[in-house]
Design a protein around this ligand. Structure first.
Ligand SMILES: *Cc1c(COP(=O)(O)O)cnc(C)c1O
Length: 498
């Protein structure tokens, strides 16, 4: 060992004898005869020794090293990083909700059951669907659930030859992945030159082996499918179902409904459109809504009104079964419920109108700086293309990194795949004109830098504690705790390859 036992075990800021709190002596430990010997701690517990102000500063400073929606503009396309109202957090933390146990008898959990029931009602009204399951824990989980419903529906009708799922090339990457997980043969549809579903391409693939068309609308270019009614008609004529990826419903609330467009199944991302927090891997909520014919296949349990009370429906022979323990991420459902109740239907409509307005404002200003992938009125987001010929020096990802120096979270880069050097920008409705203008200004300056000092953009960020981590290594071998980091250092000092 090159590092002494003490320095290896102590935290860097720790100094022996410093105290933040004084622990009362424990009677348990003094007379610990009732703790079996083999369960007793062999070594003293490792705590850093620090005063309270040192600890507070340490954690507050750590928290400031991150970009978050509470600290920065976060135009991460497709992710809808809107502000998470604090009233949602207040409601989710109420003891009467946070303290409910999932195995409590239903007559003692009427409050939360009523919230589930009413939330389902609101989602039905917003989307034009007939019933929802609130169980799925994410958008992709909703897609998987939806594809299981598609499978159950065709199987029930004896049409097991339907093994093909059509997915436009402008759809979200999770769509083909979810269909493939269920063993479907995924067929990609090429978009037309306006970035929409090409009816001829659709027609050429549609046949009586088609199980479903999965459509993201607005698509990942931020464009509304104008021929949506024609698309749904043709798919239904062939006996196939229509799946609506409604993760991006932020553009449509109070304006248009997937149910009215002819869709059979839709998932929503409450952790996008309905302001529940996300990032860092969850938790989320991806409720799935269906039309009447598919209700019998929905996962169980569902919430039902029984007289004046609310209760569970636990049995149904045709159900695909559970897709999540208990009833999903309850805290997320509660937050979304509060969001809907605080805004009302007219408020939700204004959310969508403002999201569209903000996106179009940014697009119009930024297209003078970088070309737009499809220069048409957009919905809640749009895509720039930074492609500039064969000898491209600065890539979309570099611009994303440089934006961090200007105090903005990066947009989504190199996605959607249909656009080369894509920068996908979604401002959301919760940003002010001033913030949007500052972002435009930063983009102009970066465009200038690309001309005068491309190296500066290529080597960004210059102002952050970590610059360009190895993204694969960071994902595969994350160092998540202090001790992991120490271990790495020790191994390095000893010349051991980990
Ligand atoms: C975010 C998103 C998804 C996936 O949602 P997750 O909750 O991340 O699984 C699917 N489709 C679209 C269009 C999305 O924007």
């Amino acid at each position: 060992m090159l590092i002494s036992k003490d320095s290896r075990l102590s935290f860097e800021k720790s100094r022996a004898g410093r105290r933040g709190v004084k622990m009362p002596s424990s009677r348990l430990i003094q007379g610990a005869s009732h703790i079996p010997d083999d369960m007793k701690r062999k070594r003293p517990l490792l705590f850093p020794e620090l005063t309270e102000p040192e600890i507070v500063r340490h954690f507050v400073n750590l928290s400031k090293k991150n970009f978050s929606i509470d600290t920065h503009f976060y135009p991460l396309g497709s992710c809808t990083m809107k502000y998470n109202p604090k009233i949602n957090e207040w409601a989710a933390a109420l003891e009467s909700f946070a303290g409910v146990h999932p195995l409590q008898p239903e007559e003692t959990a009427q409050g939360i059951l009523r919230i589930f029931y009413e939330l389902e009602d609101y989602l039905k009204e917003i989307t034009g669907m007939d019933r929802f399951t609130l169980q799925p824990a994410a958008g992709a989980h909703g897609e998987l659930t939806g594809m299981m419903l598609v499978h159950a529906y065709h199987e029930r009708r004896g049409e097991i030859n339907r093994r093909k799922v059509l997915v436009p090339d402008s759809s979200h990457g999770t769509n083909p992945a979810s269909a493939a997980l269920l063993g479907y043969h995924v067929v990609e549809l090429k978009s037309n030159d306006r970035g929409r579903v090409d009816l001829k391409a659709l027609e050429s693939q549609l046949d009586d082996e088609t199980a479903c068309l999965m459509l993201t609308n607005p698509n990942t270019l931020g464009l509304f499918e104008e021929e949506i009614l024609e698309i749904t008609k043709r798919v239904h004529q062939k006996g196939a179902l229509l799946y609506y990826d409604g993760a991006n419903l932020n553009a449509l609330m109070g304006i248009a409904r997937p149910g009215d467009m002819g869709f059979d199944i839709v998932h929503l991302n409450l952790h996008k459109t309905f302001s529940t927090p996300h990032g860092g891997g969850g938790p989320g909520a991806g409720p799935v809504g269906v039309k009447k014919e598919l209700i019998p296949f929905l996962p169980l349990p569902l919430v039902e009104k029984k007289g004046n009370n609310y209760g569970w429906i636990e049995r149904n022979e045709q159900s695909i079964g559970r897709v999540k323990s208990f009833y999903g991420n309850t805290g997320m459902l509660l937050r979304a419920y509060v969001y809907i109740r605080t805004l009302g239907l007219s408020g939700l409509k204004q959310v969508s109108e403002d999201a569209i307005l903000n996106a179009n404002y940014l697009k119009e200003k930024l297209k003078m700086v970088f070309p737009v992938a499809v220069d048409e009125a957009c919905m809640h987001e749009f895509v720039l293309s930074l492609k500039n010929g064969k000898n491209q020096i600065v890539h979309a990802g570099d611009v994303g990194k440089r934006l961090l120096d200007y105090g903005f979270h990066a947009p989504t880069v190199h996605f959607p795949l249909v656009v080369e050097e894509a920068l996908m920008i979604e401002p959301t409705e919760s940003e002010s004109r001033e913030t949007l203008d500052q972002f435009i200004e930063a983009m102009k300056q970066i465009a200038q830098e690309i001309q005068t000092d491309p190296e500066k953009v290529k080597s960004a960020p210059h102002t952050l504690p970590i610059r360009r981590p190895d993204e694969v290594l960071a994902a595969r071998k994350p160092i998540l705790s202090y001790r992991d980091q120490m271990r790495e250092k020790i191994l390095q000092a000893e010349g051991v390859q980990s």
